[in-house]
Design a protein around this ligand. Structure first.
Ligand SMILES: *Cc1c(COP(=O)(O)O)cnc(C)c1O
Length: 341
């Protein structure tokens, strides 16, 4: 397969129009067979549920080339089931999990020329999404839906690679106390736009959101969960009903315990505890693991001693092991690697 003529080592995290996308429609209570199509544009009625009441959810995963030349995805079954959870929260019909996996396979195969080669640092980002499409003016869920998958090759999410970033404690809440913070939906991202623009204007890479009820507990950033390392090498990661259950974070917990023999704590994390941690990182499909060197709390700095200049030693081990498993140089737990081709 002839690859596209792209400078794979130098692409950013942006959108490129690939050749094909997947689409399936839901009408009269059932999903149609779905198809690979070439038109990247969507034409919808002006009153479609997605426009009026933001009835839309999405997922994000990656396909990449392993050292031995296979195209694979990392734990896509978890994306499939999480999308069902997100859809149900917004009263949308679930897209069947086996069909989700089949659709990912079809769309990646169709776009094989866009899958970056092994070792380039780039990957093919896969974005499944679903929306209400028939006209809705009274407040109610739509009756008809469209499920789509687009793909686009991407480079690293944070510029500068492994260099630790500085983030700020957000002036805004990410989610309502008993809201929908645990689903992957544009509505949460819409609410995060003002805080992220403000953070960037002030020179920070991201926000740390605290729980909106008490603002004493650590939640997550706009699109990644937190991991912390204590001074004696324990992995601590926040537990909350209003953060997105990151697949990367769940995988890191297994890697820490089973591969590196670390102690793992998944629990509520108070903001006041942060000063005692040695390392901090952001984890998600897009970010993989990005080290955080400093957190700015309205002028007061919290510095992570082991990870200010470069990725701290435990974060680095977690990063190397996780990416080794993903790239096929370290043996993966059963079922983690889904072969496309
Ligand atoms: C997608 C996402 C994450 C990361 O989840 P992964 O499954 O690891 O990609 C974290 N937080 C939010 C809000 C997200 O949307």
């Amino acid at each position: 397969m002839e690859k596209k003529d792209i400078d794979w080592g130098n692409i950013g995290f942006g959108y490129m129009v690939a050749d094909y996308r997947y689409v399936s429609y839901y009408k009269d209570g059932k999903w149609d067979d779905g198809a690979i199509v070439s038109d990247p544009n969507i034409t919808l009625n002006e009153c479609a549920g997605v426009f009026q009441y933001a009835q839309t959810v999405f997922e994000g995963l990656k396909a990449y080339t392993t050292e031995d030349g296979h195209i694979v995805c990392f734990r896509p079954d978890l994306n499939a089931s999480r999308m069902v959870d997100s859809a149900e929260r917004l009263v949308m019909p679930p897209f069947p999990e086996d069909r989700f996996l089949d659709a990912v396979k079809q769309v990646v195969k169709a776009n094989e020329a866009w899958v970056p080669p092994f070792g380039s640092g780039a990957t093919l980002y896969i974005r499944p999404y679903m929306m209400g499409i028939n006209p809705v003016i009274g407040v109610k869920p739509a009756d008809e839906y469209m499920f789509r998958i687009l793909v686009t090759p991407v480079g690293p999410y944070f510029k500068g690679g492994a260099k630790p970033i500085t983030i700020k404690v957000s002036d805004y809440d990410r989610a309502a106390p008993r809201g929908t913070g645990d689903i992957k939906a544009g509505l949460n991202y819409a609410m995060s736009l003002r805080p992220i623009v403000k953070a960037h204007e002030e020179g920070f890479a991201e926000n740390m959101y605290l729980d909106s009820g008490s603002r004493t507990k650590v939640e997550e950033t706009g699109g990644a969960n937190f991991i912390f390392i204590t001074k004696d090498g324990t992995l601590v990661t926040p537990k909350s009903d209003s953060i997105l259950p990151s697949i990367t974070r769940r995988s890191i917990m297994v890697v820490a315990e089973k591969y590196l023999g670390m102690k793992v704590e998944h629990r509520e994390v108070y903001f006041d505890e942060l000063k005692d941690f040695a390392e901090c990182g952001l984890c998600g499909t897009a970010a993989v693991i990005s080290p955080v060197g400093k957190i700015n709390d309205h002028g007061k700095e919290i510095c992570f001693p082991a990870g200010m200049e470069e990725m701290g030693p435990y974060t680095k081990k977690l990063y190397d092991t996780l990416t080794g498993i993903q790239m096929g140089t370290i043996e993966a737990p059963e079922g983690w690697i889904y072969t496309i081709d």
